[in-house]
Design a binder for this molecule. Structure first.
Ligand SMILES: Nc1ncnc2c1ncn2[C@@H]1O[C@H](COP(=O)(O)OS(=O)(=O)O)[C@@H](OP(=O)(O)O)[C@H]1O
Ligand SMILES: Nc1ncnc2c1ncn2[C@@H]1O[C@H](COP(=O)(O)OP(=O)(O)O)[C@@H](O)[C@H]1O
Length: 294
Protein backbone atom coordinates (compact mmCIF):
# COMPACT_ATOMS: atom_id res chain seq x y z
CA UNK A 1 0.00 0.00 0.00
CA UNK A 2 1.46 3.35 -0.94
CA UNK A 3 0.35 6.34 1.10
CA UNK A 4 0.48 9.80 -0.38
CA UNK A 5 1.59 12.82 1.61
CA UNK A 6 -1.12 15.24 2.54
CA UNK A 7 -4.28 13.61 3.85
CA UNK A 8 -3.15 9.97 3.71
CA UNK A 9 0.36 10.88 4.85
CA UNK A 10 -0.99 12.66 7.92
CA UNK A 11 -3.11 9.73 8.97
CA UNK A 12 -0.07 7.48 8.62
CA UNK A 13 1.97 9.76 10.85
CA UNK A 14 -0.70 9.81 13.51
CA UNK A 15 -0.89 5.99 13.52
CA UNK A 16 2.81 5.23 13.19
CA UNK A 17 5.97 6.18 15.07
CA UNK A 18 7.41 9.37 13.62
CA UNK A 19 10.05 9.87 10.95
CA UNK A 20 12.85 12.46 10.82
CA UNK A 21 14.10 14.53 7.94
CA UNK A 22 17.77 15.33 7.30
CA UNK A 23 18.85 18.21 5.03
CA UNK A 24 20.38 15.75 2.53
CA UNK A 25 17.28 13.60 2.57
CA UNK A 26 15.16 16.68 2.16
CA UNK A 27 17.25 17.69 -0.84
CA UNK A 28 16.65 14.26 -2.35
CA UNK A 29 13.03 14.32 -1.36
CA UNK A 30 13.61 11.40 1.02
CA UNK A 31 12.86 11.02 4.70
CA UNK A 32 15.36 9.53 7.13
CA UNK A 33 14.39 7.16 9.88
CA UNK A 34 16.82 7.63 12.83
CA UNK A 35 18.79 4.65 14.20
CA UNK A 36 18.27 5.77 17.78
CA UNK A 37 14.56 5.19 17.52
CA UNK A 38 11.45 6.90 16.49
CA UNK A 39 10.33 8.65 19.66
CA UNK A 40 10.06 12.33 20.27
CA UNK A 41 9.02 13.61 16.90
CA UNK A 42 5.95 15.76 16.90
CA UNK A 43 3.12 14.84 14.60
CA UNK A 44 3.04 18.31 13.12
CA UNK A 45 6.75 18.28 12.30
CA UNK A 46 6.50 14.89 10.63
CA UNK A 47 3.53 15.86 8.56
CA UNK A 48 5.30 19.06 7.48
CA UNK A 49 8.47 17.12 6.59
CA UNK A 50 6.44 14.64 4.57
CA UNK A 51 4.59 17.34 2.72
CA UNK A 52 7.71 19.44 2.18
CA UNK A 53 9.72 16.58 0.71
CA UNK A 54 6.82 15.13 -1.29
CA UNK A 55 7.76 11.77 0.14
CA UNK A 56 5.59 8.71 0.34
CA UNK A 57 5.74 5.56 2.32
CA UNK A 58 5.20 2.07 0.94
CA UNK A 59 4.63 -1.29 2.61
CA UNK A 60 8.27 -2.01 3.33
CA UNK A 61 8.72 1.37 4.98
CA UNK A 62 5.69 0.74 7.14
CA UNK A 63 7.07 -2.67 8.10
CA UNK A 64 10.40 -1.07 8.93
CA UNK A 65 8.70 1.33 11.28
CA UNK A 66 7.24 -1.67 13.09
CA UNK A 67 10.44 -2.07 15.21
CA UNK A 68 13.03 -4.82 16.06
CA UNK A 69 16.62 -5.47 14.89
CA UNK A 70 15.56 -6.68 11.47
CA UNK A 71 13.46 -3.62 11.10
CA UNK A 72 16.49 -1.43 11.89
CA UNK A 73 18.23 -2.82 8.81
CA UNK A 74 15.09 -2.12 6.84
CA UNK A 75 15.16 1.41 8.17
CA UNK A 76 18.69 1.82 6.83
CA UNK A 77 17.40 0.48 3.56
CA UNK A 78 14.83 3.20 3.77
CA UNK A 79 17.63 5.75 4.13
CA UNK A 80 19.20 4.27 1.00
CA UNK A 81 15.98 4.81 -0.82
CA UNK A 82 14.66 1.25 -1.12
CA UNK A 83 11.88 1.85 1.36
CA UNK A 84 10.97 5.44 0.72
CA UNK A 85 10.43 6.54 -2.81
CA UNK A 86 9.33 9.51 -4.77
CA UNK A 87 6.16 9.72 -6.73
CA UNK A 88 6.75 10.17 -10.45
CA UNK A 89 4.94 11.63 -13.38
CA UNK A 90 5.65 9.55 -16.49
CA UNK A 91 3.99 10.44 -19.78
CA UNK A 92 0.31 10.81 -18.99
CA UNK A 93 0.58 8.85 -15.73
CA UNK A 94 0.84 11.08 -12.69
CA UNK A 95 1.52 10.20 -9.05
CA UNK A 96 2.84 6.74 -9.75
CA UNK A 97 5.18 4.85 -7.49
CA UNK A 98 7.81 2.30 -8.49
CA UNK A 99 7.43 -0.72 -6.24
CA UNK A 100 10.62 -2.67 -5.73
CA UNK A 101 10.78 -6.33 -4.74
CA UNK A 102 13.62 -8.07 -2.93
CA UNK A 103 13.63 -10.82 -5.56
CA UNK A 104 15.51 -9.11 -8.36
CA UNK A 105 16.78 -9.76 -11.88
CA UNK A 106 20.05 -11.22 -10.60
CA UNK A 107 18.12 -13.72 -8.43
CA UNK A 108 16.07 -14.87 -11.39
CA UNK A 109 19.23 -15.13 -13.48
CA UNK A 110 20.83 -17.34 -10.82
CA UNK A 111 17.79 -19.57 -10.90
CA UNK A 112 17.82 -19.82 -14.69
CA UNK A 113 21.63 -20.00 -14.95
CA UNK A 114 21.69 -17.40 -17.71
CA UNK A 115 21.55 -13.63 -18.14
CA UNK A 116 18.46 -11.88 -19.38
CA UNK A 117 18.99 -9.90 -22.56
CA UNK A 118 17.32 -8.87 -25.81
CA UNK A 119 18.43 -10.16 -29.18
CA UNK A 120 16.90 -7.67 -31.61
CA UNK A 121 16.67 -9.12 -35.13
CA UNK A 122 16.06 -6.48 -37.81
CA UNK A 123 15.85 -6.72 -41.58
CA UNK A 124 13.61 -6.63 -44.61
CA UNK A 125 10.58 -8.82 -44.98
CA UNK A 126 11.84 -12.17 -46.25
CA UNK A 127 15.38 -11.67 -44.92
CA UNK A 128 15.01 -14.66 -42.59
CA UNK A 129 14.30 -12.97 -39.24
CA UNK A 130 11.61 -15.43 -38.09
CA UNK A 131 13.59 -18.42 -39.34
CA UNK A 132 16.67 -17.23 -37.44
CA UNK A 133 14.62 -16.53 -34.31
CA UNK A 134 13.28 -20.10 -34.35
CA UNK A 135 16.69 -21.66 -35.01
CA UNK A 136 18.12 -19.59 -32.17
CA UNK A 137 15.35 -20.57 -29.76
CA UNK A 138 15.86 -24.23 -30.68
CA UNK A 139 19.63 -24.04 -30.24
CA UNK A 140 19.39 -22.29 -26.88
CA UNK A 141 16.58 -24.53 -25.66
CA UNK A 142 18.76 -27.55 -26.42
CA UNK A 143 21.37 -26.03 -24.09
CA UNK A 144 18.83 -25.61 -21.33
CA UNK A 145 18.38 -21.86 -21.82
CA UNK A 146 15.03 -20.13 -21.53
CA UNK A 147 14.07 -17.98 -24.51
CA UNK A 148 10.96 -16.23 -25.74
CA UNK A 149 10.32 -14.98 -29.26
CA UNK A 150 8.51 -11.71 -29.86
CA UNK A 151 7.73 -11.84 -33.57
CA UNK A 152 6.44 -8.66 -35.22
CA UNK A 153 3.81 -10.51 -37.23
CA UNK A 154 2.62 -12.46 -34.17
CA UNK A 155 2.43 -9.55 -31.73
CA UNK A 156 0.45 -7.61 -34.35
CA UNK A 157 -2.18 -10.36 -33.95
CA UNK A 158 -2.81 -9.21 -30.36
CA UNK A 159 -1.14 -6.45 -28.34
CA UNK A 160 -0.34 -4.41 -31.46
CA UNK A 161 -3.41 -5.19 -33.55
CA UNK A 162 -4.46 -1.54 -33.32
CA UNK A 163 -1.39 -0.42 -35.28
CA UNK A 164 -0.99 0.02 -39.04
CA UNK A 165 2.21 0.29 -41.09
CA UNK A 166 2.34 4.08 -41.30
CA UNK A 167 5.53 5.53 -39.80
CA UNK A 168 4.08 6.61 -36.44
CA UNK A 169 2.34 3.26 -35.94
CA UNK A 170 5.51 1.36 -36.77
CA UNK A 171 7.30 3.55 -34.22
CA UNK A 172 4.70 2.69 -31.58
CA UNK A 173 4.84 -1.00 -32.56
CA UNK A 174 8.60 -0.98 -32.05
CA UNK A 175 8.42 1.00 -28.79
CA UNK A 176 5.93 -1.49 -27.31
CA UNK A 177 8.02 -4.43 -28.50
CA UNK A 178 11.06 -2.81 -26.89
CA UNK A 179 9.23 -2.35 -23.59
CA UNK A 180 7.89 -5.91 -23.58
CA UNK A 181 11.33 -7.27 -24.52
CA UNK A 182 12.78 -5.31 -21.61
CA UNK A 183 10.33 -7.02 -19.24
CA UNK A 184 11.35 -10.44 -20.53
CA UNK A 185 15.03 -9.57 -20.09
CA UNK A 186 14.25 -8.41 -16.56
CA UNK A 187 12.58 -11.78 -15.99
CA UNK A 188 15.98 -13.32 -16.83
CA UNK A 189 14.81 -14.62 -20.20
CA UNK A 190 16.78 -14.41 -23.45
CA UNK A 191 14.21 -12.51 -25.46
CA UNK A 192 14.41 -12.73 -29.24
CA UNK A 193 12.59 -9.79 -30.84
CA UNK A 194 12.16 -10.33 -34.54
CA UNK A 195 10.61 -7.45 -36.43
CA UNK A 196 11.44 -5.33 -39.46
CA UNK A 197 11.98 -2.23 -37.25
CA UNK A 198 12.98 -0.21 -40.30
CA UNK A 199 13.88 3.10 -38.67
CA UNK A 200 17.18 3.60 -36.87
CA UNK A 201 15.88 6.00 -34.25
CA UNK A 202 13.17 3.54 -33.14
CA UNK A 203 15.74 0.78 -32.71
CA UNK A 204 18.01 3.16 -30.82
CA UNK A 205 15.16 4.02 -28.48
CA UNK A 206 14.72 0.33 -27.67
CA UNK A 207 18.46 -0.03 -27.13
CA UNK A 208 18.35 2.88 -24.69
CA UNK A 209 15.77 1.05 -22.54
CA UNK A 210 18.35 -1.58 -21.60
CA UNK A 211 21.67 -1.60 -19.83
CA UNK A 212 24.90 -1.49 -21.84
CA UNK A 213 25.43 -4.84 -23.54
CA UNK A 214 21.94 -6.21 -22.89
CA UNK A 215 20.61 -5.14 -26.30
CA UNK A 216 22.17 -7.25 -29.03
CA UNK A 217 21.20 -6.01 -32.46
CA UNK A 218 21.37 -8.58 -35.26
CA UNK A 219 21.09 -7.25 -38.80
CA UNK A 220 19.85 -9.67 -41.44
CA UNK A 221 21.89 -8.19 -44.27
CA UNK A 222 20.09 -9.65 -47.27
CA UNK A 223 19.67 -7.74 -50.53
CA UNK A 224 16.16 -6.74 -51.49
CA UNK A 225 16.48 -8.82 -54.69
CA UNK A 226 16.91 -12.03 -52.63
CA UNK A 227 14.09 -11.16 -50.23
CA UNK A 228 11.85 -10.40 -53.17
CA UNK A 229 12.76 -13.62 -54.94
CA UNK A 230 11.84 -15.57 -51.78
CA UNK A 231 8.54 -13.70 -51.24
CA UNK A 232 7.04 -16.52 -49.13
CA UNK A 233 3.82 -14.57 -48.45
CA UNK A 234 3.46 -13.02 -51.89
CA UNK A 235 3.59 -9.54 -50.32
CA UNK A 236 6.34 -8.15 -52.56
CA UNK A 237 4.29 -9.12 -55.57
CA UNK A 238 1.28 -7.29 -54.16
CA UNK A 239 3.44 -4.27 -53.27
CA UNK A 240 4.93 -4.14 -56.79
CA UNK A 241 1.42 -4.31 -58.18
CA UNK A 242 0.47 -1.34 -55.99
CA UNK A 243 -1.97 -3.44 -53.97
CA UNK A 244 -0.05 -2.86 -50.72
CA UNK A 245 1.06 0.71 -50.07
CA UNK A 246 4.06 1.63 -47.92
CA UNK A 247 5.77 -1.75 -48.13
CA UNK A 248 9.26 -1.76 -46.62
CA UNK A 249 11.95 -1.79 -49.29
CA UNK A 250 9.49 -0.94 -52.06
CA UNK A 251 7.84 2.36 -51.21
CA UNK A 252 8.80 2.67 -47.54
CA UNK A 253 12.40 3.00 -46.33
CA UNK A 254 14.59 0.52 -44.48
CA UNK A 255 17.52 2.11 -42.65
CA UNK A 256 20.26 -0.49 -42.07
CA UNK A 257 22.16 -0.26 -38.77
CA UNK A 258 25.30 1.88 -38.94
CA UNK A 259 26.88 -0.23 -36.25
CA UNK A 260 25.40 -3.24 -34.54
CA UNK A 261 26.60 -6.25 -32.59
CA UNK A 262 26.11 -8.91 -35.28
CA UNK A 263 25.68 -8.77 -39.07
CA UNK A 264 24.39 -11.93 -40.73
CA UNK A 265 25.12 -11.46 -44.39
CA UNK A 266 23.43 -13.56 -47.03
CA UNK A 267 24.43 -13.07 -50.62
CA UNK A 268 23.56 -14.89 -53.81
CA UNK A 269 25.11 -18.31 -53.73
CA UNK A 270 26.43 -17.97 -50.17
CA UNK A 271 23.47 -18.43 -47.88
CA UNK A 272 24.49 -20.10 -44.66
CA UNK A 273 21.84 -22.35 -43.17
CA UNK A 274 19.58 -20.92 -40.41
CA UNK A 275 21.25 -23.22 -37.85
CA UNK A 276 24.66 -21.96 -38.85
CA UNK A 277 23.52 -18.36 -38.55
CA UNK A 278 21.98 -19.11 -35.15
CA UNK A 279 25.29 -20.71 -34.14
CA UNK A 280 27.02 -17.37 -34.69
CA UNK A 281 24.62 -15.62 -32.34
CA UNK A 282 24.97 -18.38 -29.74
CA UNK A 283 28.78 -18.07 -29.90
CA UNK A 284 28.42 -14.34 -29.30
CA UNK A 285 26.20 -14.95 -26.26
CA UNK A 286 28.65 -17.48 -24.90
CA UNK A 287 31.57 -15.13 -25.39
CA UNK A 288 29.78 -12.30 -23.60
CA UNK A 289 28.77 -14.52 -20.67
CA UNK A 290 25.01 -14.49 -21.29
CA UNK A 291 24.77 -18.26 -21.04
CA UNK A 292 26.16 -18.34 -17.49
CA UNK A 293 24.49 -17.19 -14.28
CA UNK A 294 24.88 -13.58 -13.10
N1 LIG B 1 3.52 -2.36 -45.45
C1 LIG B 1 4.20 -3.38 -44.91
N2 LIG B 1 5.53 -3.28 -44.78
C2 LIG B 1 6.21 -4.31 -44.23
N3 LIG B 1 5.65 -5.46 -43.80
C3 LIG B 1 4.32 -5.59 -43.90
C4 LIG B 1 3.55 -4.56 -44.47
N4 LIG B 1 2.26 -4.96 -44.46
C5 LIG B 1 2.21 -6.18 -43.91
N5 LIG B 1 3.46 -6.56 -43.58
C6 LIG B 1 3.74 -7.83 -42.86
O1 LIG B 1 3.98 -7.44 -41.52
C7 LIG B 1 5.22 -7.97 -41.06
C8 LIG B 1 6.07 -6.86 -40.44
O2 LIG B 1 5.59 -6.50 -39.19
P1 LIG B 1 6.59 -5.78 -38.21
O3 LIG B 1 5.83 -5.54 -36.96
O4 LIG B 1 7.82 -6.59 -38.11
O5 LIG B 1 6.90 -4.41 -38.95
S1 LIG B 1 7.50 -3.05 -38.37
O6 LIG B 1 8.65 -3.41 -37.50
O7 LIG B 1 6.47 -2.36 -37.60
O8 LIG B 1 7.91 -2.27 -39.54
C9 LIG B 1 5.95 -8.51 -42.24
O9 LIG B 1 6.45 -9.76 -41.78
P2 LIG B 1 7.91 -10.31 -42.18
O10 LIG B 1 7.82 -10.71 -43.60
O11 LIG B 1 8.08 -11.48 -41.25
O12 LIG B 1 8.93 -9.25 -41.93
C10 LIG B 1 4.91 -8.62 -43.34
O13 LIG B 1 4.46 -9.94 -43.45
N1 LIG C 1 19.38 -18.85 -44.06
C1 LIG C 1 18.47 -19.05 -44.99
N2 LIG C 1 18.79 -19.59 -46.16
C2 LIG C 1 17.87 -19.79 -47.12
N3 LIG C 1 16.56 -19.48 -47.00
C3 LIG C 1 16.17 -18.91 -45.87
C4 LIG C 1 17.10 -18.68 -44.81
N4 LIG C 1 16.43 -18.11 -43.79
C5 LIG C 1 15.15 -18.01 -44.19
N5 LIG C 1 14.99 -18.50 -45.45
C6 LIG C 1 13.75 -18.53 -46.20
O1 LIG C 1 13.40 -17.20 -46.52
C7 LIG C 1 12.01 -17.00 -46.43
C8 LIG C 1 11.72 -15.84 -45.46
O2 LIG C 1 12.12 -16.20 -44.19
P1 LIG C 1 11.44 -15.59 -42.92
O3 LIG C 1 12.14 -16.15 -41.75
O4 LIG C 1 9.96 -15.77 -42.99
O5 LIG C 1 11.80 -14.05 -43.12
P2 LIG C 1 11.24 -12.77 -42.36
O6 LIG C 1 10.77 -13.20 -41.02
O7 LIG C 1 12.40 -11.85 -42.30
O8 LIG C 1 10.15 -12.25 -43.22
C9 LIG C 1 11.41 -18.33 -45.97
O9 LIG C 1 10.90 -19.00 -47.09
C10 LIG C 1 12.58 -19.08 -45.38
O10 LIG C 1 12.47 -20.47 -45.54
Amino acid sequence: MALAAGGAGRSLVSRRPPVAESPAAAALGLLRIPRRGLRGWGKGGIAAAMEGSRTYMNDSAEDAVGGGEGALRSKVDCVNGSGLRRMSNVGNSSNILWHKCSVEKADREQLLRQKGCVIWVTGLSGSGKSTLACALARGLHARGKLTYILDGDNVRHGLNSDLSFKAEDRAENIRRMGEVAKLFADAGVICIASLISPYRKDRELCRSLLKEGEFIEVFMDVPLSICESRDPKGLYKLARAGKIRGFTGIDDPYEPPLSCEIVLEQKDGSCASPDRLAGRVISYLEEKGYLSPA
